[in-house]
Design a protein around this ligand. Structure first.
Ligand code: FAD
Length: 475
């Protein structure tokens, strides 16, 4: 039997819990389904020495803020887990742990949420499964020799976990740089292949960088206020580490790490690198300069008390210009690769068109099919009832992207995309035993058509369905 709830939240990370707190305060019926435990990402997807790069004073959620002894410190993994657990307990967050959401689909005016054990019906669904969901590992990984151990940062724990020998770290975002430094300090030979990243000073003009960000309103901006949210999502991460000093490739080089350009390919046991390190470092530094300039400007405008500006670091040494273009993994003793290549979101369990209220419906054409032998264009399903034919299954084959000239015959199984109402209307129209002049469907590339449908219906997403924005600060 289905369980009814007004709002169902998927995921008990900080975003799911924060929303739960707001709903609790307003006495609204809701539940959080979490496939593992509260704060799971911090428990099982971060390395042992991990520390937040946001300072403790910034760790605050609706109704609860850090109030420990060291506001300028940086939480360990265990401390974050404890903070979030305490938070969940503080208002009896209705978390069901160990429940994986397997499917979300739309059913007229409700969402149907299927889990491994139970089925829920909810008026609202909030997907709070986080931006850092599935490890993103480039295809190149498949070309590495079998003997090389590979793991993603979300599975990295400590240097002892890796076989003896050198390590290639791919990616120079905060995780890649922090892990490269830890490995070098543990005595490993480390090569870091640097892709796009942004550097920031840990502190500037006497304050932590996050303090300036807060003063300048960076944390008040919401994803929907941005002109191009997608561009922001693809902006490379900025590199910081929990502590009081800067982290950048200069510091890694001083610790013995060998930087290279982007990993471009692997052939046999040779890894090839692009000749782009100098440009990458220059671009990363430009971000730092832009940030410092924006703080200087803010200080001048607001009159807020600030120390004198520090000098920017000197340009990188010759190491940025004379980088190895290829490394023989076997000869240099590199026996493992850490992929610090980020994450992607995965919504495999969500019907692709569910957020827009669209479904894929099936219509089997009867023997007495009034439009038998006519083409889709002539029948005009889209122009008449607004849903699109996205596939035709015939006894012996499937047409996965039918065009206007594809003909329809009795026994065909049509896959149509539309709202429930549109699909029902299409069914009624096609199954009527008398053909009406339809006609005149203008067909474009299916992908373009779907993108248009998604754009037209995109406004609906804010009403009943939400995916929490990519980066929700612990605050
Ligand atoms: C290496 C690293 C360092 C970071 N450092 C910082 C930092 O210093 N400061 C900071 O503010 N942020 C930091 N972040 C970002 C921070 O981790 C995220 O912003 C935060 O975790 C997002 O919270 P969330 O609640 O949206 O998602 P998450 O914390 O990812 O929580 C999502 C939850 O959903 C659950 N879930 C997923 N799929 C399902 C399903 N199908 N059914 C049921 N449950 C499901 C997961 O188990 C998880 O518990 C860091 C991220 C990374 C990767």
């Amino acid at each position: 039997m289905d369980t009814h709830v007004e709002t169902l939240i998927v995921g008990a990370g900080q975003a799911g819990l924060a929303l739960s707190r707001h709903l609790t305060d307003r006495g609204r019926d809701h539940v959080i389904l979490e496939r593992h435990r509260v704060a799971e990402r911090w428990r099982s997807e971060r390395w042992d020495s991990f520390r937040l790069l946001t300072p403790n004073w910034l760790t605050r959620l609706p109704g609860m803020a850090f109030d420990g002894a060291d506001p300028d410190g940086f939480m360990t993994r265990a401390a974050i887990v404890e903070f979030l657990e305490t938070y969940a307990r503080s208002f009896h967050a209705p978390v069901r742990s160990g429940v994986t959401v397997r499917r979300v689909r739309r059913d007229t005016d409700h969402w149907v949420v299927e889990t491994d054990g139970q089925r829920w019906r909810a008026a609202n669904v909030v997907v709070a499964t986080g931006h850092h969901d599935q490890p993103r590992i480039p295809r190149i990984a498949r070309a590495l020799p079998h003997g090389v151990t590979q793991l993603h940062t979300s599975r990295y724990r400590n240097p002892a976990q890796l076989p003896h020998g050198g390590v290639l770290v791919v990616g120079a975002g905060p995780s890649g740089q922090q892990i490269a430094e830890e490995l070098a300090r543990a005595g490993r030979r480390v090569v870091i292949a640097a892709g796009r990243h942004r550097t920031l000073p840990r502190r500037y003009r006497g304050r932590d960088t996050h303090w300036w960000m807060q003063q300048m309103g960076a944390f008040d901006r919401t994803i929907d206020s941005l002109a191009d949210p997608q561009a922001v999502r693809s902006t490379p991460a900025f590199v910081l580490a929990g502590g009081r000093t800067d982290l950048d490739l200069r510091r890694l080089v001083a610790n013995g790490v060998i930087p290279t350009g982007r990993l471009a390919g692997v052939m046999g046991s040779t890894a090839w690198f692009a000749d782009d390190l100098a440009a990458t470092v220059a671009a990363a530094d430009r971000n730092r300069q832009a940030f410092s300039a924006s703080v200087d400007d803010f200080v001048a405008r607001s009159g807020v008390a600030a120390a004198h500006p520090e000098d920017a670091p000197p340009p990188p040494g010759s190491w940025a210009h004379r980088t190895p273009r290829q490394v023989q993994l076997d000869r240099t003793g590199i026996r493992s690769v850490v992929w610090a290549t980020g994450f992607r979101q995965s919504f495999d369990w969500m019907d692709r068109y569910a957020p827009w209220g669209l479904q894929i419906g099936e219509i089997v054409l009867p023997d007495r099919f009034a439009f038998a032998g006519r083409s889709i264009g002539e029948v005009g399903i889209r122009s008449r009832v607004g849903c699109s034919v996205i596939g035709i299954e015939r006894q012996s084959f499937t047409i996965s992207n039918p065009g206007p000239s594809s003909h329809l015959f009795p026994g065909d199984r049509l896959l149509v995309l539309g709202t429930d109402e549109q699909i029902n209307a299409a069914r009624g129209y096609l199954l009527a035993d008398r053909a009406v002049d339809g006609g005149d469907d203008t067909f474009r590339d299916l992908a373009v058509e779907l993108a248009e449908i998604e754009r037209d219906l995109g406004d609906l997403t804010g009403l009943r369905f939400a995916v929490t924005p990519g980066f929700v600060d612990v605050r």
